[in-house]
Design a protein around this ligand. Structure first.
Ligand code: F1P
Length: 592
């Protein structure tokens, strides 16, 4: 599409990597109807599979990318052949870490084939980050390195797959650097969606390397197949920088097409030649492409779900339920959706027993970590109203009686109950369990797309997106801090220093920038920002200083649209902000 060519041309937002650019296809997504929103998401997702874009970026289907995947597949095979002292470790931060966990469930497939389990995961911030936003550990390369060392203790051969969609997370850079220092044990693989020259080059405190320098070292070793770099471009995100969307989907596709080769229909991996592996990878990628197309054939059904007003609960069965937990956990950091009460929640049938995470039950961390259907019945159902939406997520493999029973209970409280249900009518699939397993991965991708569309669309309608930018993102790590400063510059048209100044004042709730504030580093700023609400909207409003406009505007986005140029009056803004907070009836007012 012209959108891809435009966004990937070298003079389109040249200072930004692909994953941070704004997508020309979604420039007006904040003004679109629910069906229009889903249509734009469909066009953006289709970019993942585009073959020729007329640019220099590598794409998913490019020969070079598929060849690298083939090489990585061979390394997986070596580990599967000698599983006792070996491991495949998947690691990442935020959504990338959640997907590392999710994809490490390939162990279940190995179990069915009576093989030793070899997959392991690491998520920055530990298992609590599976269910909530823990952005700060992403900035800690030493923590990354130490957690890798711990997982791999005593192993002789490790295939390490570090996922950072933006080629940016210091946590992953630390792990890759560690692998490079110990080549006798570790083969490092970096997965992300920017070309190497766009990897983040910001100095990492206490380190001699940047993400880019690590990526460049990997690139050199990749020529001798001692390391691997999988970094096709999949086009900018529908919501700028929201790598949970395409970045997450492409992560799932890329890793699964490799891992699937060894469980698909039980064919012994060792019998596969490079050529067979290559065509197997291509075939799986086409199947995923088809799954994406089929998902969006339900455009109107998805669009109907986008229009929700109250809370949203995902009630899932089987592994698919985790996708609900994941999507719900991302709403808070992405859209600033966690004020008042937690509005998006996910539940999995048997709770932690079904989740099967490394650290076991986490319910003691608080109500947000109570994730079983039982918890839903006790904590949420009693106060459910017609304004709330419940989405059941299940497949033909789940107990339909259970689904119906729970559905009935929900139905007594709200008529707003819907389902994402997958089934197959293919005789081959019904006869062959492994074949269903194969289809399962595509059902999961399809579910991910639906949930991402529902939560993204709903927050767009609530006024949390301006053009295609997250306007109320949390500023809880250095990447998000830089993104926020850039956004302020773009939307206010003011100089970099002024924008950073406004950002700091909003973080520290200060009228003036004191020496005490300016002498702190970004880590300190982001720590303070963790407990500050509405940082970016406030900084933006203060830059635009259109408080009379704010008073009339239903949302901060409206305020930006109607921007004025009056002098800055922080006191007036504070008073105004407080006044609106008291009188707010809608979550999209300036108070939110
Ligand atoms: C990791 C990540 C995202 C999250 C947010 C902060 O990004 O945690 O998953 O949505 O943007 O960063 P990456 O390392 O995969 O680029």
């Amino acid at each position: 599409t012209p959108g891809t060519k435009q966004s990937e041309s070298s003079d389109y937002e040249p200072s930004l990597p692909v994953t941070e650019k704004s997508n020309p296809l979604t420039r007006d997504i904040d003004r679109a109807s629910p069906s229009g929103i889903v249509g734009m998401l469909e066009a953006c997702d289709a970019q993942m599979f585009q073959r020729e874009t007329g640019t220099n970026y590598q794409r998913l289907f490019d020969d070079q990318v598929v060849t690298t995947l083939t090489e990585v597949a061979k390394r997986v095979e070596l580990i599967l052949k000698d599983p006792q002292d070996s491991l495949v470790v998947l690691s990442g931060c935020g959504t990338s870490g959640r997907l590392a966990f999710f994809i490490s469930r390939f162990n279940e497939a190995l179990k069915q084939l009576n093989r030793t389990l070899v997959y392991s995961y690491i998520i920055a911030g530990g298992d609590r980050a599976l269910l909530s936003s823990q952005e700060a550990p992403e900035d800690d390369p030493e923590l990354g390195m130490l957690s890798l060392q711990k997982v791999c203790e005593g192993k002789k051969r490790v295939l390490f797959i570090g996922v950072s969609c933006g080629l940016s997370a210091p946590f992953v850079a630390g792990q890759l650097d560690f692998c490079l220092q110990h080549p006798e044990v570790y083969t490092p693989v970096l997965l992300g969606f920017n070309p190497t020259h766009q990897a983040r080059d910001e100095p990492i405190p206490g380190c001699t390397f940047t993400f880019r320098s690590v990526a460049q070292r990997l690139q050199e070793l990749a020529q001798r197949r001692k390391a691997f770099l999988i970094n096709p471009a999949v086009g900018p995100e529908a919501i700028s920088g929201s790598s949970r969307m395409k970045g997450g989907s492409a992560t799932k596709i890329v890793l699964e097409v490799v891992f699937l080769l060894y469980i698909n229909k039980g064919i012994a991996a060792s019998k596969k030649t490079s050529c067979l592996l290559h065509s197997g990878i291509l075939q799986h990628m086409r199947e995923y492409e088809r799954a994406v197309e089929m998902t969006y054939q339900h455009r109107e059904g998805i669009a109907a779900l986008v229009e929700n007003e109250g809370g949203v609960c995902y009630l899932g069965w089987g592994p698919m339920a985790f996708l609900g937990l994941m999507d719900a956990s991302e709403c808070n950091p992405t859209f600033g959706a966690g004020e008042r009460k937690k509005r998006w929640r996910g539940f999995i049938r048997g709770g932690y027993k079904d989740l099967n995470n490394n650290e076991g039950p986490l319910s003691s961390l608080g109500p947000d970590f109570c994730i079983a259907h039982e918890d839903f019945l006790h904590q949420v159902l009693p106060s459910l109203t017609d304004r709330d939406t419940v989405l059941l997520i299940y497949t033909q493999s789940d107990d339909l009686h259970e689904v119906v029973n729970l559905g009935r209970k929900v139905r007594e409280k709200t008529s707003n109950i819907h389902a994402v249900h997958h089934r197959t009518d293919s005789v081959e699939a019904l006869l062959n369990k492994l074949c269903i397993f194969d289809t399962f991965w595509q059902w999961e991708l399809s579910t991910k797309l639906v949930l991402n569309a529902v939560s993204t669309g709903a927050h767009i309608l609530k006024g949390k997106i301006y053009r295609n930018h997250m306007i109320d993102l949390q500023v809880t790590n250095s990447k998000l801090y830089r993104r926020a400063a850039r956004l302020l510059q773009k939307l206010s048209g003011q100089a970099e220093t002024e924008c950073e100044g406004a950002l700091l004042k909003a973080i520290y709730r200060a009228d003036k920038l004191t020496e005490e504030i300016t002498s702190c580093d970004i880590t300190a700023h982001t720590q303070v920002a963790r407990s500050a609400k509405k940082v970016v909207p406030l900084a933006l409003v203060s830059l635009l200083t259109a408080h009379c406009v704010v008073a009339l505007a239903p949302s901060v986005c409206e305020c930006v649209r109607a921007r004025g140029n009056g002098p800055c009056d922080y006191k007036a803004l504070w008073v105004l902000n407080r006044t609106i907070q008291v009188s707010a009836t809608s979550t999209s007012t300036i108070s939110s």
